[in-house]
Design a protein. Sequence first.
Length: 59
Amino acid sequence: MLFLTYWFVYFIAALFPLYWFCPVPWIRRQILLGGSVVFHAHFAGPAGVMPIVVLGGFV
């Protein structure tokens, strides 16, 4: 998993403002959960997404 790829730079450039300009705390958590799912789906595939989805269900 490389954090200096163009994909990650574009991804964080889109996710970062969405998170910080959202005033509602529970929506911020949903943005982070969705971003985590997309990020892990891109790099790890379905096997990397399942732990995020399962653990996100506890939040």
